[in-house]
Design a protein around this ligand. Structure first.
Ligand code: GLV
Ligand code: MN
Ligand code: MN
Length: 396
C-alpha cells in the first residue's frame, strides 16, 4: 500500500487547528470541550470520505468502521489542559491514512478509532476503560473533574449512535510519540513497545481549620497546605527503598480552599499519581502513601480522606503484532530502532482486555510532551506511518 505523506501531514496539521493554543504548536482540547467536539466532527467527515462507517458510542469514542472483520488502528484526539499537537492525534491521523491507503490498494480492512478522555479529565483513559469493560458506565459517570463537573453531565454533548461491538476487530495497533527522551537522545527513529507500565491515581484531602491569616498564631493553625507540603517533601524519603530508577510519582494538581492570600487554608485536595511496571510495587507504594498521609494528619490534628483509587495494570504487547512492527521497523529504519517499554499510559492497555494489541513510537524532540513545546521531526512522523502501514499489510 502507498502512504500519501502530504495528505497525512496536512490532516495532522488540520487537527492541530482545533484548540490551537497560540503558543508554538500546542493545543488545548480537553475531553468534551468545544474544541474537542469540533475536532471529532471534522474527523467524522474525514472518516466518511475515507469510505468508513462512523459510529460514536455513549462515552463519545469515535469509530470509523470497515466492513467485516478488520484490524483497529487509532489513539485519542483529546488533549491535556496544556497539551502538545501530537499526543494521541498522531495515532488517529496515522490510522486514517493507513485505512485510506489500504482501501486504495485493495488491501486489508482497517478501522479507525479516536477514544475519548484518554488524558483523564475524569480519571485514567476513561473512554477506552468503559469500552473495554474495565470501568462500568454508571461508575464512570460519578467521576468528577478538578472543577467538580461530573462525567455524566460532560458527556451530554455526545450524540451517540450506539455501542460498538469489539468482536469485529482482529487486533489493535496504536502509533504514538514516545513522550520521553530515549529515542531522541539515541538518534533513533522507531520504538516498538514491549509493555506499558501500570498506574495508580487518587485524590487525597487534608481537612484542617480555615482561619484568619493575620490573627491566628502559628502554633494554633491547622493549615491544610502545610500538610500537603510536609507530605510531599517526606514522600521521596519514605519511598526510597521500594522504588527503582524507572518508578515515578507526581503531585500534579493541588486545590486549596478557599485559596485566598489572607486565609489559612482549611482544606487541600491534591492528586497523587504513581506508575511502575510491577503491580506489586504499586501496591507497596500505596500502603506507604496512605500511612504517611494518615501520620501527617494525625500529627497536625487534621482529618485526611482518600478518593477512589483508579488504576491500570501493567500489560505486555502481543507477540505476533509486535513482530510485524519489528520487521517493518528493521526495514524502514535499519539500525535506528529499538524495543522499549512505555512509561506513558495508552488506550492500548484497556483494549488489551479485548484483543491482541501492539504499539509503535516515534521520537519526541528533547523528550518533551504534555507541554506546548511537544514536537517530532516531520521525517520521523512519515517514517512512523510507513512502518505502521507495512506492518498492517504484512498481517493481511
Ligand atoms: C497519558 O497521557 C499519560 O498520562 O500517560
Ligand atoms: Mn496519548
Ligand atoms: Mn497524554
Amino acid at each position: 500500500m502507498k502512504i500519501d505523506a502530504g495528505r497525512f501531514l496536512e490532516d495532522l496539521d488540520k487537527l492541530r487547528s482545533f484548540g490551537a493554543s497560540g503558543v508554538g504548536k500546542g493545543v488545548v482540547r480537553p475531553a468534551y470541550s468545544e474544541a474537542d467536539m469540533a475536532a471529532r466532527a471534522w474527523l467524522t467527515s474525514r472518516m466518511i470520505e475515507a469510505g468508513l462507517r462512523v459510529q460514536t458510542d455513549a462515552m463519545g469514542n469515535l469509530f470509523g468502521l470497515s466492513e467485516g472483520p478488520s484490524l483497529l488502528l487509532g489513539s485519542h484526539s483529546d488533549s491535556q489542559p496544556e497539551g502538545g499537537w501530537l499526543d494521541g492525534a498522531l495515532g488517529v491521523i496515522a490510522a486514517l491514512e493507513v485505512a485510506r491507503a489500504a482501501r486504495e490498494a485493495g488491501g486489508s480492512a482497517v478501522s479507525v478509532v479516536s477514544f475519548q478522555d484518554e488524558e483523564g479529565r475524569f480519571g485514567v483513559t476513561t473512554g477506552s476503560a468503559v469500552w473495554s469493560g474495565h470501568l462500568a458506565q454508571d461508575q464512570a459517570d460519578l467521576l468528577c473533574d478538578h472543577s467538580g463537573v461530573a462525567l455524566a453531565d460532560a458527556r451530554r454533548v455526545v450524540a451517540s449512535t450506539g455501542a460498538v461491538d469489539p468482536s469485529q476487530f482482529t487486533g489493535f495497533v496504536e502509533m504514538h510519540i514516545e513522550q520521553g527522551p530515549v529515542l531522541d537522545s539515541a538518534g533513533e527513529r522507531i520504538g516498538v513497545v514491549s509493555d506499558i507500565v501500570g498506574i495508580r491515581d487518587m485524590k487525597i484531602t487534608f481537612e484542617g481549620q480555615q482561619n484568619h491569616a493575620g490573627t491566628t498564631p502559628m502554633h494554633l493553625r491547622k493549615d491544610a497546605f502545610q500538610a500537603v507540603s510536609r507530605f510531599n517533601s517526606e514522600l521521596n524519603e519514605r519511598l526510597r527503598n521500594v522504588v527503582t530508577p524507572s518508578t515515578v510519582w507526581t503531585v500534579g494538581h493541588v486545590s486549596l480552599h478557599p485559596n485566598a492570600s489572607s486565609i489559612v487554608p482549611g482544606r487541600a485536595v491534591f492528586s497523587m499519581q504513581w506508575r511502575d511496571g510491577d503491580a506489586e510495587r504499586l501496591g507497596r507504594m500505596e500502603a506507604i502513601i496512605r500511612s504517611l498521609a494518615n501520620e501527617i494528619a494525625e500529627g497536625m490534628g487534621m482529618a485526611v480522606s482518600f478518593g477512589p483509587l483508579l488504576g491500570l495494570e501493567p500489560v505486555a504487547m502481543d507477540r505476533g503484532l509486535r513482530e510485524a512492527l519489528e520487521l517493518s521497523a528493521a526495514k524502514h529504519a535499519p539500525d535506528q530502532w529499538r524495543v522499549m517499554p512505555s512509561g506513558a499510559l495508552h488506550d492500548a492497555t484497556n483494549v488489551s482486555r479485548l484483543m491482541p494489541v501492539a504499539m509503535l513510537f516515534v521520537p519526541s524532540i528533547d523528550g518533551i510532551s504534555h507541554a506546548f513545546e511537544e514536537d517530532t521531526d516531520e521525517a520521523d512522523l512519515v517514517t512512523g506511518v510507513r512502518v505502521l502501514a507495512e506492518a498492517v499489510a504484512s498481517l493481511k
